[in-house]
Ligand binder design. Structure first.
Ligand code: 13P
Ligand code: SF4
Length: 361
């Protein structure tokens, strides 16, 4: 006779289990390992429901730096799990699916950044947290979507800044801080002049946000003329110029609290969550196509497998890790270190969400 436990070797085996059994297994194993589940706002609703902490990149890194757990299971994308390991090297950090990478982070390599630094040796290097540990190790400071302007403004106005890898967030930070802006593609022209204090942005982008277009916004506005508009700063400038608010994913939760009708320009996962939290409100996705397939690679089945088998463990070279930690710590110090979840975030976590999902691995 085959025992069930023997049969549960791969995530696909777990995908055959009923939803409730997966949820129970996750809870039991989590208690046994003294583990914490950190989930990004874009996760599937069933992953959000079992997460101990949900948030944006800044909140998640603050939580990863402070948690008392022995094991961190990260439901997000690879750079987020790496960030947790950088900040908590003594802990075991697990990811349910190693293929859940962030294509934007892959735009820039440490080698590419080193070459850029030789072109502008006096410049400060700001890396968006959506980057590899090796890139963070080559940087002076990190930033997230919620503190990019503050990080940029921490440098003297005439200091040139290399900003990697998101050209859109860099442009937004340049606009907000009154700095000149150019991309690495423009820099590669022989005759280009870099004005003092300019932000030189790596020409990378997020495929989910860069694809948001003005036509969709115009259509949504025509249908909901009284709606306010909030857009993530990874979107293009022409979209951001039209927005009432530009904010990180967690800040969008607070903005949704204040408005009955809101057009939201970001990934679907956050909007699904807001709709459950505020069923009485009209929350309109700016685009139905804004789905991050990488974030959605994490499933409940893979999460249960990850805890049971303590896989996939994030391992980092210590020299790279400690240099990357300095860039992250500088950012955290500038952002007030760790902050307790807001009342709204706590309410969202407690609210509970739909127990459904396709269950595929
Ligand atoms: P937030 O830090 O705003 O959650 O954004 C992370 C991200 O990957 C957005 O695409
Ligand atoms: Fe990366 Fe964009 Fe997905 Fe965020 S939404 S994880 S930036 S690809």
């Amino acid at each position: 006779m085959i025992h069930l436990a023997d049969a549960l070797r791969t995530p696909l085996d777990y995908a055959r289990l009923p939803h409730e059994e997966l949820v129970d297994r996750i809870a039991a194993r989590k208690a046994e390992l003294n583990a914490v589940i950190l989930g990004h706002n874009y996760q599937r609703v069933e992953i959000q429901a079992v997460s101990d902490f949900l948030g944006d990149s800044l909140g998640l890194s603050q939580e990863a730096a402070e948690t008392d757990a022995d094991v961190i299971v990260f439901c997000g994308v690879h750079f987020m799990a790496e960030t947790a390991k950088i900040l908590s090297p003594q802990k075991m950090v697990l990811m349910p699916d190693l293929r859940a990478g962030c294509p934007m982070a892959d735009f820039v390599t440490a080698d590419g950044l080193r070459q850029l630094k030789t072109r502008l040796p006096e410049a400060a290097v700001v890396s968006y947290v959506n980057s590899t540990a090796e890139v963070k190790a080559e940087s002076d400071i990190c930033c997230t979507s919620s503190n990019a302007v503050k990080v940029v403004e921490s440098f003297a106005p005439d200091r040139t800044i290399l900003f990697v890898p998101d050209r859109n967030l860099a442009r937004y930070a340049a606009q907000r801080s009154g700095r000149a802006y150019l991309t690495t593609t423009e820099l590669s022209r022989e005759d280009v002049d870099v004005p003092p204090g300019a932000i030189v942005a790596w020409d990378g982008y997020c495929y989910v946000h860069d694809d948001l277009v003005l036509d969709e916004l115009a259509q949504a506005r025509a249908k909901y003329p009284d709606a306010k508009v909030v857009i993530h700063p990874e979107a293009r400038r022409e979209l951001l110029d039209e927005a009432d608010y530009v904010s990180s994913t967690s800040k969008m939760v607070e903005i949704a609290e204040q408005h009955d009708t809101l057009i939201i320009g970001t990934e679907r996962g956050l909007i699904d969550r807001l709709k459950q939290r505020f069923p009485e409100k009209t929350l309109i996705p700016l685009s139905g196509a804004a789905i991050c397939g990488n974030m959605k690679m994490n499933t409940l089945a893979k999460l249960a497998w990850s805890l049971d088998h303590q896989q996939h463990e994030i391992v980092l070279d210590e020299e790279v890790r400690s240099r990357a930690e300095q860039s992250l710590r500088r950012m955290l110090e500038l952002s007030g270190g760790w902050k307790a979840p807001s009342a709204e975030e706590a309410a969202l976590e407690e609210a509970g969400v739909r127990r459904s999902g396709c269950g595929c691995a």
